[in-house]
Design a protein around this ligand. Structure first.
Ligand code: FAD
Length: 304
């Protein structure tokens, strides 16, 4: 029986492990894929305090090393279900089953991808999924934002403050984001809109240099030179294994506020997997600390 089982070894889960171990609780971290979480896909991080610049994989490695050095146990396995047994929880995985008094879910979420050939190869080399993270790398450059919902429009507002040209590429006949954001964008001289348009191909040698666009009404294609694209077509949480114990919102994010408390006592949610406005390493780490301390209190109360 562990005091605290943490699901996900990204910045949220690993920070929770660091705090829980420093509070002397027994901790198991379960990770299905890559220790360090999704930041390991970023070649350059410039907004994590304490490091002017660090690669995402190095940041991930440092977090894992710190959690291990403090005595956290880690297992590579995929969690398939969490069950609430009242005084303890059962965490079922593909290859085994664990018991813990408290559980912290830090399973993250993924940016929806375009699903195009070479998308992986160009990620970090002209293809970005996060304007807040990578916008500064495209100062005075020409970029395209793919998508027309609120996230895409917010990204376009942010990017148009520093990029030379921002083209919003939307597959529908109009944008679906807020009118207020549209007004801001329409008033900016460096912003253009392409409607009924999809990206068919990503082109370039090592760095993205152009995209092939297709008008879905006329079927006409056009090579469009760009320094980079920001894909903003939504986020995909992977919280199905936790639906039995946590209330999820309509998008599938775990319903929880800054306290990280979920609908089940003793189950906490940290980082990108929960309903929140800003999904970044630093906010996930902040949640991890809050969740760990709340879980420690729950463990203490359970022993009374
Ligand atoms: C390319 C890229 C660049 C980015 N750049 C920046 C940046 O410059 N600055 C910044 O602050 N943020 C950046 N981000 C965002 C940042 O990576 C995330 O906000 C942060 O990693 C969220 O941490 P997390 O711990 O909540 O989730 P994640 O990092 O997503 O970690 C969740 C972990 O849980 C695991 N998991 C999920 N489900 C299960 C399961 N059922 N069983 C076991 N394990 C499971 C996943 O495999 C994953 O490793 C970037 C993201 C990407 C993709």
């Amino acid at each position: 029986m562990y005091d605290i089982i943490i699901i996900g070894a990204g910045p949220g889960g690993l920070t929770a492990a660091i705090y829980a171990r420093r509070a002397n609780r027994s901790v198991l971290v379960l990770e299905k894929e890559s220790f360090g979480g999704q930041i390991t896909y970023s070649p350059k991080v410039e907004n994590y305090p304490g490091f002017n610049e660090i690669s995402g994989s190095e940041l991930g490695e440092k977090l894992v090393e710190q959690a291990l050095a403090l005595g956290a146990e880690v297992e590579l396995d995929t969690v398939t279900e969490v069950r609430d047994m009242g005084r303890y929880k059962i965490v079922r995985c593909e290859h085994g089953e664990f018991q813990g008094i408290a559980v912290i879910i830090a399973s993250g979420s993924r940016h929806r991808r375009l699903g195009l050939p070479r998308e992986d190869e160009f990620t970090g080399n002209g293809v970005s999924y996060c304007a807040l993270c990578d916008g500064a790398f495209y100062k005075d450059r020409e970029i395209a934002v793919i998508g027309g919902g609120n996230t895409a429009l917010q990204d376009a507002v942010l990017l148009s403050e520093q990029c030379a040209r921002v083209t919003i590429v939307q597959n529908l006949a109009s944008c679906t984001g807020e009118a207020r954001l549209m007004e801001i964008l329409k008033s900016r001289k460096n912003v253009a809109f392409l409607y009924n348009t999809v990206v068919d191909e990503l082109e370039g040698e090592e760095q993205l240099t152009s995209i092939m666009l297709r008008n879905t009404e006329t079927d006409r294609t056009e090579r469009f030179p760009v320094d980079g694209i920001f894909v903003a077509i939504g986020l995909q949480p992977d919280n199905a294994p936790f639906a039995g114990v946590c209330k999820l919102d309509e998008m599938g994010f775990i319903v929880s506020d800054e306290s990280t408390v979920t609908s089940t006592p003793g189950i906490f949610a940290a980082g990108d997997c929960r309903v929140k406005k800003v999904r970044q390493v630093v906010t996930a780490a902040g949640d991890g600390a809050v969740a760990a301390l709340a879980a420690c209190r729950f463990v203490d109360d359970s022993a009374k």
